[in-house]
Write a protein that binds this ligand. Structure first.
Ligand code: NAD
Length: 743
């Protein structure tokens, strides 16, 4: 056999041993070549009489297999235009390809010879599915990093190599549903308790135990091929209990995802239908759902953004080359308020000595208490040992003395949003900092180039924009000022990676990229309110469009006073007269007349309970605004959903045209991680490229502009892209990747 990704050996007793070991990779994935090798191995085991059984294991220390090769899949995930092929054509064309591994694993399972799998490390997705097709699984009990799971749903896919059929047949529908729908991983011990693995053993013994089992069981069969097999716990259409679980799962899914995630919908149907029929038919049902899911633009978009781009940005893909990596010895944070306190915590958590400065030692200590509370919570929940917690806290020095941050590699300024104050702080800090130290401002709105004027070395000045709450938000927006040097950018990216967050890089402008685009969502909500649309409709439709919160609730969270301030500041900067602007006047009435400034005051568009949870929409909104639309038929729902998402995407296009953002990958990941742009779309750019197609998007934006105003009007860039049939990923390809990828 000519195998490339497996090592192959047959012992004198006829027991074959196939060691999965993709050359040149630290982790095995199911590349096209690996699948071809599994097909060849299966054929050999099934047809060669001299082979009595098979043991599968891995040659990688990291584990057995991480699943499908998403890099290969991702190559197919670009394109500006929707494919011209019909879904039926695609389904037909893809069935054989889709069923090749699935059908092969079934052949292996039914070849009459025993197959055992030794699992020393992780087995995820397709990796676990291959293992499930064996008759016996031995997992290592001495590898704390070992994890099993079917995480496909997390990136818009459906396990397509038997996972949706074998796992429920092994552990029961009730136990399998959350594992497959949510894609959470589980440990070797949990796998043993559920019956996913048959035996636990030290890593050094798993292969020998697997071999011993094969020798002792010359005629193995899967449980579901035995006479009288019954699905543990019963099947939904016969057992009322399991039927109820399936119904509940359907309801929960609908209430959480509003039908926006095709993968989860298909997984439910696939398990429900597949479990009622013999496994051979179930596997064919799975392949049909797999193809349907994989062909959906949502899957392509999610694989590209949530897997490939996240991985690339997480490795510093947008870091300028040629600058040595910085190992941070000390970082100062100025301002120990909401943001500074969170920033100090994430730095200390990453092991970086942190100096936290405020106007007084007490104020700085108060900021440090935030870390104390987070550590105490983790320790009490067993997530952190007391020693680790103490060591983390010992890394934070709370002070009012600037001299304490002498020798810091970087400073993050997080004082009040006030230009004069920030200028004063810059000068004070630079008086103690070394020449190479970087000064990063966490301003959320003030242009970096303007702030850098206070600096005597603007090349070292940069925007490092965190999101709240800092310890939970994964994104940091890095803003280059006009004079920011590449070395400063490189150091800032090193910093963001060191604190284990994902950096995107943008150019300077008011509101930068994230605040500017995100603001269009909340403002569109205000427009709808002004049109007399009932607030509850606005809120529900926002969530149904895929946004994490309704537009009015988000506005409350940001603070209506802040929204008013930003609106006025922007109008002043751009020379717009707000006197007759009804939306602003309404906001001013809420804030200035009613004192309803949002969640922090317990009242805004919503009333809030003592825990800060919204209890109801404030009924008196209607006193100021006349409600003209209080029903939402499907056509209106679609119209409003499109308004919300198209408006944001048009703003993103404007940011590209103005050079605020330059890489489609940054724009997509920024939109999902910063303000929760409907994740099933893969982000704002993928929403245009893949969910609409560029020409269709421009036509829709024009239609909305004609009806609702020029804020929707496509800019020159969008028109040009539509004329050329180019998407954002064609026009602004991620640095270092192929520009045009076939749809
Ligand atoms: P905050 O009011 O909670 O904290 C500001 C802190 O700065 C206070 O502790 C104050 O005592 C301290 N301070 C004031 N003058 C100082 C001085 N001379 N020296 C040292 N410390 C001083 O504010 P915040 O919400 O943490 O925001 C801080 C910055 O972060 C602002 O620029 C804001 O725009 C930005 N930001 C805020 C958010 C957010 O969600 N709150 C998000 C991103 C960015």
């Amino acid at each position: 056999m000519n195998l490339e990704t497996f090592k192959w050996d047959v012992d004198p007793d006829g027991i074959a041993h196939a060691i999965f070991d993709v050359p040149g990779r630290s982790m095995n994935t199911l590349t096209g070549r690996a699948v071809a090798d599994i097909i060849a191995i299966t054929k050999e085991v099934a047809t060669n009489d001299a082979i009595k059984g098979l043991v599968l294991s891995s040659g990688k220390a990291s584990g057995f297999c991480a699943g499908a090769d998403l890099g290969e899949m991702g190559d197919r995930a670009g394109g500006a235009e929707k494919t011209k092929k019909s879904v039926d054509e695609l389904k037909k064309e893809q069935f054989d390809a889709g069923f090749s591994l699935n059908g092969t694993l079934r052949k292996l399972e039914t070849c009459g010879k025993p197959v055992a799998v030794a699992l020393n490390g992780l087995a995820l997705g397709g990796g676990l599915e291959v293992a499930l097709a064996g008759h016996y699984r031995v997992a290592a009990n001495d590898n704390p990093k070992l994890q099993f799971g079917l995480p496909e749903a997390k990136i818009g896919l459906l396990p397509g190599a038997g996972g949706t059929q074998r796992l429920p047949r092994l552990v029961g529908v009730q136990a399998a549903l959350p594992l497959i729908l949510q894609g959470e991983s589980f440990t070797a011990e949990q796998a043993k308790a559920m019956g996913v693995v048959n035996e636990l053993a030290p890593s050094s013994e798993t292969v020998a135990r697997a071999k011993a089992w094969v020798k002792a069981n010359p005629k193995a069969k899967a449980p579901w091929d035995e006479k009288g097999y019954k699905v543990p716990g019963g099947v939904p259409h016969k057992s009322p209990g399991v039927g109820q679980v399936a119904t509940m799962a359907n309801m929960m899914l609908a209430s959480k995802t509003y039908g926006n995630f095709p993968a989860q919908k298909n997984i439910l149907s696939c398990i429900y239908e597949g479990i009622q029929v013999p496994i051979d038919a179930g596997l064919r049902i799975e392949t049909r759902y797999f193809i349907n899911t994989q062909q959906r633009p949502e899957a392509k978009a999610m694989i590209r953004s949530l897997f490939l781009s996240m991985q690339e940005l997480g490795k510093g893909a947008n870091r300028p080359a040629g600058h040595p990596k910085t190992e941070f010895k000390k970082i100062a944070v100025i301002g120990a308020g909401l943001m500074g306190a969170g920033i100090a915590y994430v730095q200390a958590k990453a092991g970086i000595p942190t100096v936290l400065v405020d106007v007084s030692k007490e104020a700085a200590e108060k900021g440090k208490q935030y870390s104390v509370r987070l550590v105490e919570k983790d320790v009490s929940r067993g997530k952190m040992t007391k020693e680790k917690g103490d060591a983390l806290l010992a890394l934070i020095t709370a002070t009012d003395n600037y001299d304490d941050f002498k020798g810091a590699d970087l400073v993050v300024e997080a004082v009040y949003e006030n230009e004069q104050l920030k200028a004063k702080i810059t000068k004070q800090a630079e008086a103690v900092l070394g020449d190479d130290a970087v000064f990063g401002s966490n301003t959320s709105t003030l242009p970096i180039t303007g702030l850098a004027k206070a600096s005597k070395r603007p090349a070292n000045f940069i925007g490092i924009h965190f999101f709240s709450p800092v310890e939970r938000m994964g994104l940091v927006e890095i803003i280059k000022g006009k004079e920011t040097s590449e070395a400063t950018l490189a150091k800032s990216i090193d910093y963001v990676l060191a604190i284990r967050k994902t950096p995107i890089v943008v150019n300077d402008s008011r509101g930068f990229y994230t605040s500017r685009c995100f603001g269009t969502y909340t403002r569109e909500g205000m427009e709808m309110l002004g049109e007399g649309i009932k607030p509850a409709i606005i809120e529900n439709v926002g969530r149904q469009a895929g946004m994490p919160m309704g537009a009015l609730e988000v506005s409350d969270s940001v603070g209506l006073d802040t929204a008013l301030k930003v609106t006025r500041a922007m109008a002043e900067a751009t020379g717009i007269d707000l006197q007759a602007d009804e939306r602003t006047n309404f906001l001013a009435w809420l804030v200035e007349d009613q004192g309803r400034v949002g969640r922090k005051a317990g009242k805004g568009f919503y009333d809030y309970d003592e825990k800060g949870k919204p209890s109801r929409l404030w009924p008196d909104i209607n006193k100021q605004l006349e409600i003209k639309i209080d029903e939402c038929p499907p056509a209106l729902k679609k119209e409003l959903m499109n308004r919300f998402l198209v408006r944001q995407a048009v703003e993103v296009a404007r940011c590209f045209e103005e050079g605020v953002i330059t890489d489609a990958r940054d724009a997509d990941i920024g939109s999902i991680l910063a303000w929760g742009f409907a994740p099933f779309t893969g982000g704002c750019c993928s929403y245009v490229d893949l969910i609409w197609g560029i020409k269709e998007f421009v036509a829709e934006a024009d239609r909305l502009a004609d009806k609702y105003g020029d804020r929707f009007r496509p800019n020159k860039l969008l028109r040009d892209m539509a004329a050329k049939g180019e998407g954002f990923y064609d026009r602004f390809p991620p640095a270092g990747t192929k520009a045009k990828v076939a749809a």
